[in-house]
Design a protein around this ligand. Sequence first.
Ligand SMILES: [Cu+2]
Length: 141
Amino acid sequence: MNRLSRLSLAAAAGVAAAVAPTALAHSNQAAAATVTVTAAQPSEFAFKLSTKAVAHGAVTFKVTNGSKAGLPHDFEICSLPAKSTAAATLPTTCGGKKTPLLNQNATATLKVVIAKPGNYEYLCTVPGHAAGGMKGILKVT
Ligand SMILES: [Cu+2]
């Protein structure tokens, strides 16, 4: 449980619906960060993110499989900060929260809470894909 205790990544779809009454519309809370993710762009075994850094807290990933080859992909955000950000050292698997496997042009929304700043790896869990380049780092400040 230590892995989970250092960072809580919570699937928050249900929570968000439950705590979003109109009374909060004028609260001072920072808006949740949204990151648009396109899998398989600019090349088949890569991800394109709309930003490389977000503030810690609630983060929503809007993921689309932009594969031109028709391959399924998914998107996982790892629960623990990476030990190193050097691409060659990034693991090809991790514990975290992920989208369902997405077919070509399919989309999914992944809502997580990243409690602590750090450099968090993301990857595709399809065997061989992360090793082929479908991984990277999101900086959480
Ligand atoms: Cu993939």
